[in-house]
Design a protein around this ligand. Sequence first.
Ligand code: MG
Ligand code: FE
Length: 170
Amino acid sequence: MSNTETRDLFVTGLRNAHAMENQALSIMKPQLSRIEHYPEIANKLEQHIRETEGQIGRVEEILAGLNEDHSALKDMALSFTGAMAAMGHTIAGDEILKNSFANYAFENLEIAAYKSLLTIAEIGGHNAAALNLQANLAEEVAMAKWLDENIIDLTKKFVSLRQAGEKAKI
Ligand code: MG
Ligand code: FE
């Protein structure tokens, strides 16, 4: 593959990552605004929203270094999907659980995307970009690990709130 083709692949991957991170914000922010009874999840979401804003900055920095800007249009389409997905969970009583499963899936999507982008960066010799991508990857891995470790406690808390009659609370 030519250098130009590798570069194009890298830029496309970066634009997709930028859209993915904006989608992440559009998934997490509505969740955070609805949580009342799960402060540990609210705190973690708040932390990861801040991290995600930093990740967007790192991706933009890489794109700027390549003299490329990000695709606002594509970001918009994906953000809309995220908002719709969040709305779909609102009515169900087990919203907090479904959100947690979806967040776990999304973090793993992000992990896969950054591992792939890091591989392309390596092939293309984009060493400075790799540092930014590794920083993003490390935050996604940490978030996925936290969600994984908390699913049992979250479920126990959900069941006990249910038993106490707190039906639709999240
Ligand atoms: Mg992210
Ligand atoms: Fe993430």
